[in-house]
Design a protein around this ligand. Structure first.
Ligand code: C2O
Ligand code: CU
Ligand code: CU
Length: 500
């Protein structure tokens, strides 16, 4: 049952009085805006996901064991919540590896249904990607391996079962995957994990009367589940004890659908230092930063001794006329920062960070265009056995992506980082000037994305591109491409992968 389609129809009724009656509808629209400022207790310390441990395998690779399982987690007074987790009952450990590391995983699926773990943002062979073609059956094990070969960045992992990604992620399967390299290590940026380099997995959840996660789609909503409680690393309304003047936050929008427009309660400025694919060329100072589902940002914030300040999500202008129903007008407190009476001060905000994306002048082998509308891309729904196209190893392509209907979407590409060359012909805003793998598509605007496809050719096993609003992805707003070596042609998806 496509709930959203029905709700969309109701949403269209908002202009008239036919659906719920005039007064009721107006009142519903007005109360659809949420504001939790001043209502959050901030009585739980921010949990820091543990770092995943690894062993050295026979081949010299680092071997990580990841057990996916069901369990119960206590988020609030009353009954515990049924959740899923990796090496625990909810969320998963932070995996950390350096460029050049060979990594191997033993992913054990202890659930009673198939799932997968996809390494979002990772450059790796398609067969190791953990997408819909690499599902792990209930009780099964999957052992992907690859060599980390990309610049330092904050990546993440989550399930990617076609048609069930939203559900599996919502139940709690989410973790960070931090890649390190010599460039970031040589910088003076705050880098002590959990102390001044703080992971923040931001997710919204709705709870029912028994404290169970409820997949509530707002009446008239167009994006899927929107929760009214904000969790950071699995805690509702946490606080963080600040002990250093500068703190780096690694923010992940790990929500199914909600867009965040982050800022601080006193509107202080902070510096964006990295986006999805790694460091910016230089810090960009701002007081607001918008992240759509799947996007990450590293920011550096300065604190003064003894102060308290909240990280908040402010209303966003990107929702369109009915955006309120999808939470775009909400104001939500996310996390309180409590600075100690004296703060150590031994990191810095370097003036120069990484290298800017350099694809603007590259020779372009091929241009393609992608129009997102009605749960489809270019008029087609995802099909497991259809490879939409092949790209050539070693080439740069420019993909022009447009959101052509009345609802918000974003766009994520597996395997590569891309450079946003232009938005509607103009220079992108600074937060889109670094390497990205996921980008919000503001309705009607044209995004030109440049990406280079290198190595890992495989004519038969595809990578995905899709809207990262998970209900849209599950409903088919996704396509598949393969990377082809010299002389190779688009192949056929192996039979065992063609189900669902
Ligand atoms: Cu975050 Cu196709 O994935
Ligand atoms: Cu991905
Ligand atoms: Cu979408």
């Amino acid at each position: 049952m496509r709930r959203r389609t029905v709700l969309k129809v109701l949403g269209l009724g908002l202009g008239g009085a036919t659906v719920l009656g005039g007064g009721g509808l107006g009142a519903y629209y007005l109360t659809a805006r949420q504001d939790t400022v001043g209502k959050i207790a901030f009585d739980a310390a921010l949990p820091i996901p543990p770092l995943a441990t690894s062993e050295t395998g026979a081949s010299g690779a680092r071997v990580f064991a990841l057990d996916v399982r069901a369990g119960e987690t206590r988020f609030k007074d009353g009954p515990a919540t049924r959740t899923w987790g990796v090496n625990g009952t909810h969320l998963g450990p932070t995996i950390r590896a350096r460029r050049g590391d060979r990594v191997e995983f033993a992913v054990r699926n202890g659930l009673d249904q198939e799932t997968s773990l996809h390494w979002h943002g990772m450059h790796l062979p398609a067969a190791m990607d953990g997408g819909p073609h690499q599902t792990v059956p209930a009780g099964g094990t999957w052992e992907p391996r690859w060599t980390i070969d990309q610049p330092a960045a904050t990546l993440w992992y989550h399930p990617h079962v076609h048609g069930a990604t939203a559900d599996h992620l919502y139940r709690g399967l989410t973790g960070l995957f931090i890649v390190d390299d010599e460039v970031t290590e040589a910088l003076d940026l705050p880098s002590e994990y959990g102390v001044d380099d703080v992971p923040m997995i931001v997710q919204d959840r709705a709870f029912d009367g028994d404290n169970q996660f409820e997949q509530r789609v707002p009446l008239g909503g167009s994006l899927g589940v929107i929760g009214d409680e904000i969790l950071v690393n699995g805690a509702i309304g946490p606080y963080f004890d600040v002990t250093t003047r500068l703190v780096r936050l690694r923010l992940l929008n790990g929500s199914n659908a909600r867009l965040y427009n982050f800022g601080f309660s006193d509107d202080r400025r902070f510096s964006l230092v990295a986006t999805d694919g790694g460091l910016l060329a230089e810090p960009w100072e701002t007081d607001r930063l918008s992240l759509s589902p799947g996007e990450r940002a590293e920011v550096v914030v300065a604190f003064t001794p003894g102060e308290r300040v909240e990280l908040r999500s402010y209303p966003s202008e990107h929702g369109g006329a009915l955006g309120r129903l999808d939470g775009f007008d909400d104001r939500l407190d996310v996390c309180q920062f409590r600075a100690a009476g004296s703060l150590s001060d031994d990191s810095a905000l370097p003036a120069v960070l990484g290298t800017a994306p350099d694809l603007a002048g590259a020779a372009v082998a091929r241009e393609r265009s992608f129009v997102l509308a009605s749960d489809q891309i270019n008029g087609r729904s995802m099909a497991m056995d259809r490879i939409d196209f092949g790209v050539r190893e070693g080439t740069v392509e420019v993909w022009e992506v447009t959101n052509d209907n009345g609802f918000p979407h974003n766009f994520h590409v597996h395997d590569v980082r891309f450079q946003v060359l232009s938005v509607d012909g103009g220079t992108p805003e600074p937060p889109l000037c670094g390497w990205k793998d996921t980008v919000l598509l503001v309705q009607g605007k044209r995004y030109r994305l440049a990406m280079r496809f290198s190595d890992h050719t495989d004519p038969n096993v595809p990578y995905m591109y899709h809207c990262h609003l998970l209900q849209h992805e599950d409903e088919g707003m996704m396509g598949q491409f393969v990377v082809l070596g010299d002389g190779e042609e688009v192949g056929v998806v192996p039979k065992e992968h063609q189900h669902s």
